[in-house]
Ligand binder design. Structure first.
Ligand SMILES: [Zn+2]
Length: 165
């Protein structure tokens, strides 16, 4: 298969997506608001600027695009076929930064949820429902993906394949 989107176009598209409010994030926000949850957005002073901050629940939510945050094993993540080495390094850096930010948030005493884009695309209502259930309980972390959900494991060895850099 030919990579139809060349690297420059992809880069422009992705930076546009990355800078603004992405569709999955909007869907989660709307769902939470509708369920009665109030929040602030993109808290600049917190590690990683969490997308959604719920102070009353001592919780933050990161909504991760599967490409930019390199969702390993996800159907929405594919390493570009052009400038592959560049993207491999760049996305590995994003992934490492995410892990550091999540660990930092946890050490500050926040509860952390990561909602992957694929979870929202699969069924945004189910994703919101699971998030709401988590907020109302006491578990420290949550990770929602398109096919599964469970506690977030920031120590999993997802960077192993990039160790040659
Ligand atoms: Zn994904």
């Amino acid at each position: 298969m030919v990579d139809v989107m060349d690297a420059a176009k992809r880069s422009a598209l992705m930076s546009r997506i990355r800078g603004g409010d992405t569709a999955p994030e909007l869907l989660i926000r709307k769902g939470l608001w509708h369920a009665g949850f109030r929040y602030t957005l993109h808290a600049a002073k917190l590690p990683g600027k969490p997308d959604i901050v719920l102070p009353r629940w001592n919780a933050v939510v990161f909504v991760h695009g599967c490409f930019w945050h390199r969702h390993s094993g996800c159907a929405y993540f594919r390493l570009p076929k052009t400038r592959t080495a560049f993207w491999d390094v760049k996305l590995a850096q994003n992934q490492a930064r995410d892990r550091a930010n999540i660990a930092a948030m946890e050490s500050l005493g926040w509860r952390v949820a990561v909602v992957w884009e694929c979870a929202v695309r699969t069924n945004s209502q189910v994703a919101v429902k699971k998030l709401v259930r988590w907020l109302q309980r006491t578990e420290t972390t949550l990770e929602l993906t398109g096919t599964s959900s469970g506690p977030l494991n920031v120590n999993r060895r997802i960077l192993v394949r990039n160790s040659s850099y």
